[in-house]
Design a protein around this ligand. Sequence first.
Ligand SMILES: NC(=O)c1ccc[n+]([C@@H]2O[C@H](COP(=O)([O-])OP(=O)(O)OC[C@H]3O[C@@H](n4cnc5c(N)ncnc54)[C@H](OP(=O)(O)O)[C@@H]3O)[C@@H](O)[C@H]2O)c1
Length: 260
Amino acid sequence: MTNTNGTAPLGLLTGKVVFITGAGRGIGAAAARLFAAEGAAVVLAARGADALDRVVAGIRADGGVADAVTLDLADPATVRAAVDHVGELHGRLDGAFNNGAAIQRPGPLDTTSDEDVDEQFAVNFRAHWTAMTAEAALMRRGGGGAIVNTSSIGSRRANPALPAYGAMKRALNSLTETAAVSWAGDRIRVNGITAGGTATRMIDTWEAASPGTVERLTAHIPLGRMAEPREIAEAAAWLLSDRASYVTGALLPVDGGAGA
Ligand SMILES: NC(=O)c1ccc[n+]([C@@H]2O[C@H](COP(=O)([O-])OP(=O)(O)OC[C@H]3O[C@@H](n4cnc5c(N)ncnc54)[C@H](OP(=O)(O)O)[C@@H]3O)[C@@H](O)[C@H]2O)c1
């Protein structure tokens, strides 16, 4: 299968089954394409079936192995059912990229609504907890695996613009480290990526609500530009691969230097 991103595939994920949430667009869709090009059989998840089907069709057209399953990260039963579906399709799970998330209506803290806090908790935090426990159970059947969670540079310090989002991503960092320690004996590695500003619909939504956001964020990025979704996916591919065999409990900044 050819990698259409300009870099030659290395077979980094050859023979692995990888589950990806938030795979209908943005970072998750780029990850699905990249992981498939690197040899994985991928299972893509999000709410929107049409978007998932388009990404799946593109991967299959390039010779890759891909399937889709819908889930709502706000609903734990659908999250468990999606992971079960991976087991039915492939009988095992080697990698999981827990990447799907929602942005909140921008702050300030004082006016962030209870509804936004509840959604951020359910979609950006609890869903990952639920997914990780289901994924770990399936991975143990195959003797281990690797999990990568998409966190954010917005988790690292105060986040006045996105206070509930930042808090839930910080909680996800804690969960990532705890899972890494808890499951090391099961040969399951767990890492997070603290992504910086990346050109996706999430940023478009933030820019629409708070004009000037992209310019403000970019001004603080030493590399002078936002990430392309594939650049976040590249780090996830490595963390999911056996080439990262001694990396667990890490929160890897992929942010163009913005957090330095
Ligand atoms: N873009 C950035 O600058 C940036 C920076 C740091 C971290 N991140 C993180 O990167 C990850 C990917 O974000 P992105 O920028 O690629 O955003 P995006 O383009 O908005 O994509 C989000 C994905 O998540 C899915 N999703 C959203 N809510 C969902 C729900 N309730 N249930 C199931 N799926 C849901 C969406 O599909 P449906 O709507 O069809 O469900 C979509 O596939 C997120 O964890 C985000 O917090 C992004």
